[in-house]
Ligand binder design. Structure first.
Ligand code: ADP
Length: 439
């Protein structure tokens, strides 16, 4: 029999006993009422002691009770013990987690959906000069006012980190990466990259200085070689080596000029200027130059489906487009065709160079814009390539918010496309009267 039936039976038995005890006195109902009052009083007493115990008023000891009530109390006690065990485990885990995140060598800041600071570790406090007593609950935007950071925070695009200088020390470089999680919260990871930045700056300076220093002696050598090459009294045995030396010095000059162009691009800040450029006319010039170089028989087409002008740095855009056109010519055998295209749509402007040349294997495509990367170094050298052309193109496009897309079929030809964002396009009718670019 279950405990509840047992309790019921006992209560019914007690009430019956009360009824029987009342009968001899002629008041059976009074006997039942008396027993019922005792039962209710006992239940009330147990209820009260249980309630006080649950509230923690009478210490940790559970009230003494037997039967169904005792089972109820032991069930509650078991639930409570289990809860306390889980709570202790959770607290231990939380402590471990806090201790480990506090010890991470990078700064970690937890932000709520409103961008207010919920928690940060010791390194974040050191790098961002945060104080736990005053800064928890503050909006991160109010504590970090660097424009690059504010732009990054509001952009909503957190795929890549952003680089900022520390607010109190402009020599300290911080890399900040926002990682959204949960319901709009985000984790802000902060890393001190001052050392890496200094090394990068040293590398850039070194390349720029070395290229600059090499330029003058090379100009002298190239000058003498040119004079020697034109000397009619020159020993014929020397003619071939001197011609080769002239070719090599021209190549070296090309490499140095490209290195200097890259250094200038790297030193010229973030976004390129926004001078209106007549792309259609630029493509016509490029076509004419190429035909002049390749000969009248060369098949070079311009397909301009758009008359939109591009807002950018004209010299840089010209250098990037000319590099792509040069490559198409270099890697397309005689009899091939080269097409320059300019189109625009809602996504923006698209310039592409298509050739019917040797093409590129798919394994090389992701690495083409690396400095000095060549698919076939021998061939590139023979055509006078510096291996820096596409690196320059990539830098120029980056500064214009544009991307480079390369599609190629080995043996069939390649298409190099530059995609410019819509905000860099302007229709001719909307051009300001006093424009800086000529057509
Ligand atoms: P390079 O001065 O050697 O041409 P680039 O940076 O301009 O250097 O190009 C890198 C490499 O990409 C080249 O060496 C060549 O192998 C390959 N490449 C570039 N453009 C083309 C093209 N249109 N067709 C085939 N290969 C190309």
């Amino acid at each position: 029999m279950s405990l509840w039936w047992w309790l019921l039976a006992r209560i019914v038995a007690a009430l019956l006993a009360g009824l029987l005890a009342g009968l001899p006195f002629g008041h059976p109902a009074a006997g039942v009422a008396l027993v019922a009052s005792v039962v209710v009083a006992r239940l009330l007493y147990l209820l009260r002691t249980t309630q006080r115990w649950l509230r923690g008023l009478s210490g940790a000891e559970a009230p003494e009770a037997s039967g169904a009530w005792g089972e109820l109390i032991s069930l509650i006690a078991r639930l409570q013990r289990r809860k306390q065990y889980h709570k202790r485990r959770l607290m231990r885990l939380l402590r471990e987690l806090r201790r480990s995140t506090a010890a991470i060598p990078d700064g970690v800041v937890v932000l709520n959906p409103q961008g207010e600071i919920l928690w940060f570790n010791r390194m974040a406090a050191r790098l961002l000069h945060l104080r736990s007593r005053t800064d928890v609950g503050m909006r991160i935007e109010n504590l970090m006012r660097q424009p690059e950071f504010i732009r990054y925070l509001r952009s909503g695009d957190y795929a890549l980190p952003v680089l900022v200088t520390a607010s109190v020390d402009a020599d300290v470089w911080l890399q900040i990466h926002l990682v959204p999680y949960g319901d709009g919260q985000s984790l802000m990871l902060v890393r001190d990259v001052t050392r890496a930045q200094r090394l990068e700056a040293m590398r850039k300076d070194f390349v720029a200085n070395a290229s600059h220093e090499l330029r003058s002696p090379l100009t002298v050598i190239a000058g003498y070689l040119e004079t020697l090459g034109q000397d009619l009294d020159l020993d014929p045995a020397l003619a071939a080596p001197i011609a080769e030396m002239r070719r090599q010095s021209t190549r070296m000059t090309g490499i140095i000029e490209d290195l200097l162009s890259l250094s200038r691009l790297e030193a010229s800040g973030d976004a390129a200027e926004r001078t209106p450029i007549n792309v259609v006319s630029m493509l016509e010039h490029l076509r004419r130059d190429l035909v002049a170089r390749l000969g009248q028989g060369a098949s070079v087409q311009v397909e301009a489906a758009s008359t939109a002008w591009l807002l950018g740095d004209e010299a840089q855009i010209h250098s990037a487009f000319a590099n792509l056109v040069d490559n198409a010519a270099k890697y397309t055998p005689q009899g091939g065709a080269i097409t320059l295209r300019w189109t625009s749509d809602t996504a923006g402007g698209h310039f592409s160079v298509q050739d019917t040349g040797i093409g590129i294997g798919p394994e090389h495509i992701p690495r083409l814009t690396e400095r000095f990367y060549r698919v076939d170094p021998g061939r590139s050298r023979a055509t006078g390539g510096s291996g820096l052309g596409l690196a320059i193109v990539k830098h120029v496009l980056q500064r214009h918010g544009a991307t480079l897309e390369i599609t190629s079929n080995e043996g069939r030809g390649s298409i190099f496309s530059c995609h410019f964002p819509d905000d860099r396009l302007v229709t001719e009718s909307k051009l300001p009267q006093t424009r800086g670019a000529h057509d």
